[in-house]
Design a protein around this ligand. Structure first.
Ligand SMILES: O=C(O)C1=C[C@@H](OP(=O)(O)O)[C@@H](O)[C@H](O)C1
Ligand SMILES: C=C(OP(=O)(O)O)C(=O)O
Length: 472
């Protein structure tokens, strides 16, 4: 078993993605492709069912059922909720009794408090951080833990502001990391300052405040994705927002009994990128996508650089999200390079950075993706793994402390490319491989299921030749 450098992540035996690349799209691409529900909205809808003002039954239609959202389901069962159903509808209700989870051994901690529920969120940082917020708002005593990778990701971004609001949270392993025990509720109304742009951190504090009906002011460096704000505002919480500040007045109505999750723009980005890389005829539409402006950076940056990407059929959904179609036409002719120099723009494409870098490798100019220091704390250090992935194609990416320079115009070649067991990096590699003649094997590419269970089928619909094959 080999090890991924930064997080000591064991490289698993998960299947590879094998892609037969071409320099032009074979025949016509599907005119329409459908991608799974939004991961962030799915997490928030599930956690809304744990809030004190939630009705006894909450139904969630169109949820993303990739590994990251699925990780939350046993966690909720361990807290005494039942979750049943499928992508069409998940139904959450209070259960007769909690379904206990088996604690994962910990190398330095390992003494779990007796009689306190142990809640495992696997590799999903959104699940862990938002859940810590909900527990700190509802005053439920529980231990929150994650897998070996998540145990290395920062939890102090969430824990410190919650403790400032009076929550009692103990680190049971390394300081600032999982596992943590949440054992005292937020109670001190006031102002907290977040030092990172993480939407998960802001959301955890807001969910805690809404659950506890505690007026708070959250100061933050950048307005990243605002799904939690839209959701709680849609159920009656009064929020006042300015560029770096969010005020919650302590009020709100009942959580609704029905959520409809729009499709995920960070997943729509892969078929859109495949189309652009092939410069093909006609157009492809991805319908029903969440068009929240805090999520559209990938499309906006490419559009500004000259790509033909449009939004149509826009409407507002019940939980305050804009929904509509993304339509892509033509290719990258005339697009010289891309540039991200603003923190809000970076956050609006934070999960698409590996894909944007892969696309930039096919542009003639030099691209820069900046304000991206947070990428070092994802499933992998994504500045490093993205650079290594593009380099494996023969491209050149120069990582800096806070971003990536992508040197365009170099000939790319097919071959064996590492996916680093990181779904975003693996899917970016497989998408770039579609437009590089020859056969590319993306090692461990089956990890796409963390966020995009139908990745292979969707990319085939737009003309890709991609299969999943056991590791050789
Ligand atoms: O709020 C969320 O659901 C998410 C926020 C982002 O993480 P950070 O909050 O760590 O930036 C994003 O990368 C992640 O995929 C989901
Ligand atoms: C980083 C991601 O998610 P999380 O932070 O929730 O693990 C992601 O989906 O790319």
């Amino acid at each position: 078993m080999s090890v991924n450098s930064r997080f000591g992540r064991p490289v698993t035996d998960s299947a590879d993605l094998v892609v037969h690349g071409r320099d032009a799209m074979p025949g016509a691409a599907a005119r329409e492709v459908v991608v799974p529900g939004d991961k962030s909205v799915s997490h928030r809808a599930l956690l809304a069912a744990l809030l004190p003002t939630a009705p006894p039954v909450v139904t969630i239609a169109g949820a993303n059922l990739g590994g990251a959202v699925r990780a939350l389901l046993p966690a909720m069962r361990a807290l005494g909720w039942s979750v049943e159903g499928d992508r069409t509808a998940l139904v959450v209700r209070r259960a007769d009794r909690p379904v206990a989870q088996t604690p994962r051994p910990h190398p330095t901690g390992g003494r779990w408090p007796d009689g306190v529920p142990y809640v495992q969120t696997e590799g999903s940082s959104a699940a862990a951080r938002l859940l810590i917020g909900v527990l700190a708002g509802t005053g439920v005593d529980a231990v929150v833990d994650g897998d070996d990778v998540l145990r290395h990701r920062p939890m102090d971004w969430v824990v410190e502001p919650l403790v400032a609001l009076g929550a009692v949270i103990d680190h049971l392993g390394e300081p600032g990391r999982l596992p943590v025990r949440v054992r005292g509720k937020v109670w001190r109304s006031g102002s907290v300052e977040l030092l990172v742009g993480s939407a998960q951190a802001r959301s955890a504090v807001l969910l805690a405040a809404v659950a506890a009906r505690l007026p708070v002011v959250i100061k933050h460096p950048v307005r990243s994705r605002d799904h939690t704000e839209r959701m709680v505002a849609a159920f009656g919480a009064r929020l006042t927002e300015s560029a770096h500040e969010l005020r919650y007045d302590g009020g709100g109505d009942e959580v609704p009994g029905f959520f409809d999750v729009p499709a995920d723009p960070s997943l729509a980005a892969y078929p859109v990128a495949a189309r652009l890389l092939w410069s093909c005829e006609g157009e492809t539409t991805v319908p029903g996508v969440c068009l929240n402006p805090t999520r559209l950076g990938f499309f906006e940056v490419l559009r500004e650089a000259g790509a033909d990407i449009r939004y149509t059929d826009e409407r507002t959904g019940a939980t305050g999200e804009r929904v509509g179609s993304i339509v892509v036409r033509g290719g990258l002719n005339g697009v010289e390079s891309v540039r991200v120099v603003d923190a809000a723009v970076l956050h609006s494409l934070i999960d698409e950075v590996p894909l944007l870098a892969a696309v930039a490798a096919r542009l003639p100019g030099r691209s820069w993706i900046g304000c991206a220091e947070e990428l070092r704390f994802k499933e992998t250090d994504r500045l490093d793994t993205t650079a290594r992935m593009v380099t494996a194609f023969g491209g050149r990416v120069e990582p800096a402390a806070d971003g990536l320079t992508v040197v365009g115009g170099l000939p790319l070649r097919a071959g064996t490319v590492p996916g680093f067991e990181d779904h975003r990096v693996a899917m970016a590699a497989a998408t770039l491989a579609m437009a590089v003649p020859g056969t590319t094997r993306v090692t461990g590419g089956a990890c796409h299921r963390t966020s995009f269970p139908g990745f292979v089928e969707v990319q085939r619909h737009v003309g890709a030749s991609v299969t999943e094959e056991a590791r050789c």
